[in-house]
Design a protein around this ligand. Structure first.
Ligand SMILES: C[S@@+](CC[C@H](N)C(=O)[O-])C[C@H]1O[C@@H](n2cnc3c(N)ncnc32)[C@H](O)[C@@H]1O
Ligand SMILES: [Zn+2]
Length: 600
């Protein structure tokens, strides 16, 4: 592709005629230039999708891809990639050229298959082949190309002609490295991914709303051992406002628990696993993040008909008591080993009686959800190390580092979390501070951690008997007003605690990052840090005000935010992509102070 600077483009002049938007204009005076990391893009109104708030998503993805490069290098050194993975295989250049249109940049020259995995001394891994399946302006693709040295090629794909034109302009604007590496493609991502089986080491799926329609082809286009990164912004659906819609999209029923953001992650993971299983493939989650108004998962994909047999044992249904905070996991499958031979059996159940043993109410059943760990601690350590070593290259360093730090402290083998406020709401009592509550759990001999998905979340392997006993002991010194006897809280408090809670300080129960003053729940830099409407929509004051997002969205979201509940309905893009904790980063909020008022 001809190298063309911003100045050169300016000199070419505008082709815009009066009253008509000329999407092919190459005159930079028609646009504003936006810089993020090392990439620059040309922006004009809402021609092509751009959301500043997704800088966190893009920064985090760059950190994860860099960690992936380190992991891959280690695996190659230790010979792990040799047979197992497709990571060494070159892109099928014949197929690739079919997709190129006039003016597109040819892909990196690929080496012949002869070179592939031959000798015992493993050559260094080849440069990464990245697919940005929903590229819009190409900003993310350009950042991968320019900021990650060992990225060899990036296919920036979009089915919107205007977006592809914009991507081409932006490639030109970004100089020779971008031109050599980034290849714009105009296609439907689903078709493209289906016809490029196992061709990409890294695949990024970053749609408006739900990724569900892309999952089946996405799991097929990732090379063995490759990385799939997937965003979902349809949080209202994933968090349980329209459970039936979630079921049709993801094959799982969500519940409206306080843990709904982590449940959303686990629903998405279960859905990706289910699509992968159809092709004898399985996922290994390395990082799963709930941030601002969306979730994003990073999973590796491998092929193994044998390992796929274990998939049902990695999923569980979830029973949530309708009267109190108790929840239980019911595994879908289990593995029984006899003489070292695994047998794959259906889950044994039911794991609970029909009535909650704490409050006597019934249960709702959700899921199936992914009930194995959702992060890999080695990856988290690598990501944090990598970020700290080049913090200046991350424009959203504070926030991204905070989120990953919070994740690094989560208990890995404890799905979901309790909310201290919700426990107190059930009992209608004042709340102990999170620290005091955590001391009591640790003193009872159990583990406890916070959750990155909610500043008020508490993960613990303590059973609900222990949790309610701790709360009963708390209430003995902080009495509640008389309540009707049939309320769940009254039923729970009518029983004497078996355990005598010890609320004295235990350092091990507290966040190490917090003690060191490392922020975890970092405030967003601006007001209206939220989702954006689809590209091409006319923006009016109804949608935006000068800062970005409007009252219409805020009004819709504010009630949900206050109530910590998902939005009522998946509707217009502006609304569908908002979630409960739009502003959850408002502070390093751990409820250290005693609260007189609790959720009702
Ligand atoms: C949210 S934007 C992507 C933002 C981009 N990843 C970034 O970081 O700036 C979603 C894009 O997906 C594109 N898109 C939607 N459906 C598609 C499909 N079936 N195939 C390819 N692109 C699609 C839209 O045109 C839009 O540009
Ligand atoms: Zn109950």
């Amino acid at each position: 592709m001809e190298e063309e600077s911003a100045q050169h483009m300016r000199a070419k002049g505008s082709k815009q005629s009066k009253g008509k938007v000329d999407y092919s204009s190459t005159n930079v005076d028609d646009y504003s230039i936006l810089k993020e990391g090392q990439a620059e893009i040309l922006l004009r109104g809402n021609d092509v999708f751009y959301n500043k708030a997704q800088i966190v998503n893009r920064d985090l993805s760059i950190a994860v891809v860099r960690a992936f490069l380190s992991v891959r290098e280690e695996e190659t050194k230790s010979g792990k990639n040799k047979k197992k993975n497709d990571l060494q295989k070159p892109v099928d250049s014949e197929k690739e050229s079919v997709e190129l249109t006039d003016g597109d940049t040819p892909s990196e020259p690929t080496n012949s298959k002869m070179e592939d995995v031959k000798s015992d001394a493993m050559p260094p891994p080849k440069p990464l082949r990245v697919l940005e399946a929903l590229a819009a302006s190409g900003l993310r693709a350009l950042r991968y190309a320019k900021e990650i040295d060992r990225v060899g090629s990036v296919v920036a794909l979009d089915n919107d002609e205007v977006a592809v034109e914009s991507c081409k302009r932006n490639i030109k604007l970004n100089g020779s490295v971008a031109a050599a590496k980034v290849q714009p493609v105009h296609a439907d991502a689903r078709v493209y991914m289906l016809t490029h089986e196992k061709q990409f080491d890294v695949v990024d799926v970053d749609p408006y709303g739900s990724p569900s329609v892309f999952l089946d082809s996405a799991v097929q286009t990732v090379a063995d051992g490759g990385l799939l990164m997937c965003t979902a912004t349809d949080m209202a659906v994933l968090c349980g406002n329209n459970g039936e819609v979630c079921y049709t999209k993801y094959g799982a029923y969500p519940l409206r628990g306080k843990y709904c953001h982590e449940m959303a992650l686990r629903i998405l993971l279960a859905s990706i696993e289910s699509h992968a299983n159809r092709y004898k493939r399985y996922i290994v989650p390395v990082l799963s993040v709930s941030v601002d108004f969306y979730i994003r998962v990073f999973v590796r994909i491998f092929t193994s008909p044998k390992t796929v047999k274990a998939s049902a044992s990695k999923l569980s249904y979830l029973y949530q008591c309708v009267g109190c905070d108790a929840f239980h996991l019911q595994p879908v499958g289990r593995i029984v080993c006899k003489n070292d031979n695994p047998r794959y059996l259906p889950g044994a159940g039911p794991v609970i009686l029909p009535e909650c043993k704490h409050c006597g109410k019934r249960f709702n059943m959700g899921g199936p959800i992914w009930s194995e760990p959702i992060h890999d601690p080695d990856w988290i350590a690598l990501i944090l190390k990598e970020m700290k070593s080049c913090r200046k290259s991350y424009p959203a360093f504070e926030k991204v580092h905070g989120v990953v730090t919070a994740i690094s402290e989560e208990l890995l083998d404890v799905p979901l979390y309790l909310s201290l406020h919700s426990l107190c709401s059930t009992l209608k009592c004042t709340s102990p501070s999170a620290s005091i509550f955590r001391y009591a759990i640790a003193n009872a001999g159990y583990d406890v951690s916070s959750s990155h998905a909610s500043p008020l979340g508490l993960k613990t392997n303590a059973p609900m008997d222990v949790i309610w006993d701790i709360m009963r002991c708390w209430v003995k010194t902080h009495p509640v007003k008389a309540q009707p006897a049939d309320l769940p809280g009254s039923i729970i408090l009518s029983q004497e605690p078996v355990l005598q809670a010890n609320f004295s300080k235990v350092n091990a129960a507290l966040s190490k990052a917090r003690a060191k003053g490392i922020p975890r729940f970092v405030p967003n830099p601006e007001e209206f840090w939220g989702p954006k409407p689809r590209a091409g929509r006319q923006l009016s004051s109804k949608h935006f005000h000068s800062h970005g997002f409007v009252a219409a969205v805020q009004n819709g979201a504010s009630h949900a935010i206050q109530q910590n509940m998902p939005l009522a309905k998946e509707g217009e893009a502006a609304v569908e992509e908002v979630t409960t904790e739009l502003e959850k980063g408002v502070a390093e909020v751990e409820p250290e102070t005693k609260r007189q008022k609790v959720d009702s």
